[in-house]
Design a protein around this ligand. Structure first.
Ligand code: ZN
Length: 215
């Protein structure tokens, strides 16, 4: 998968995802607020371009939308300090961290890794990237998710428990970040089910509108 951003192309090799990054969403799932970022990954083969059809997986019964701000890393680095983190960002967009909620609950109960509930084919629909500049307020990105025209999730990056610079700092302390890395930064409250035939749309005044249908 090649991502276009202005005149440049990026070939992501990794998708980092952050769980439990909005207190209201942690509350709705009945979990506890984490003391450090909750990190998991999806393979790049999960990405779905805007306008493409999302295939609903057959190995679960409750597919949830999770609308998220997504960061594209432009300049890699290890142990990136928080104040320098924004200079490593190339682009921003919105994405969906699609989750089979019933399968995830089952995996959590068993204490097993939750990949089959989070990292299946088509689990990472991704909007078109917007070039990042220092003028973009990373701590004030409003966004929403609607299904068949009805708003289901309304969020703002201002409510993140770990900010985008915090996340870049944290991840780069574990992995050397690389050009093209994507970071799904967590979802606000309002997650809910999707069904065959639904149209799901992500919107931010800063980042655009992206839509998919489900089959
Ligand atoms: Zn998520």
């Amino acid at each position: 998968m090649v991502l276009q951003l202005g005149s440049r192309q990026y070939s992501p090799q990794r998708i980092f995802c952050i769980g439990k990054n909005y207190a209201e969403h942690v509350k709705e799932l009945g979990g506890s607020v984490p003391g450090q970022p909750v990190v998991f990954m999806k393979p790049v083969s999960c990405l779905v371009c805007p306008g493409e059809t999302i295939q609903i997986p057959a190995h679960g019964n409750n597919l949830h939308h999770e609308a998220e701000v997504v960061v594209l890393i432009g300049t890699g680095g290890k142990d990136i300090p928080v104040p320098a983190a924004s200079s490593h960002i190339a682009g921003l967009t919105l994405g969906l961290d699609l989750t089979l909620r019933d399968v995830q609950s089952d995996m959590k109960k068993k204490g097993w890794p939750w990949e089959i509930s989070k990292a299946f084919d088509h689990s990472a629909p991704l909007g078109t990237l917007t070039l990042y500049s220092e003028a973009t307020p990373l701590d004030n990105i409003p966004f929403q998710c609607s299904v068949n025209g009805a708003v289901r999730q309304t969020g703002n990056s201002s409510a993140m428990m770990f900010t985008i610079p915090d996340l870049i700092h944290y991840l780069s302390g574990i992995w050397e970040l690389r050009e093209g890395d994507l970071i799904f930064t967590g979802t606000p409250s309002g997650v809910g089910p999707l069904q065959r035939g639904d149209r799901v749309a992500l919107h931010s005044d800063l980042l655009g509108t992206f839509e998919w249908s489900l089959a």
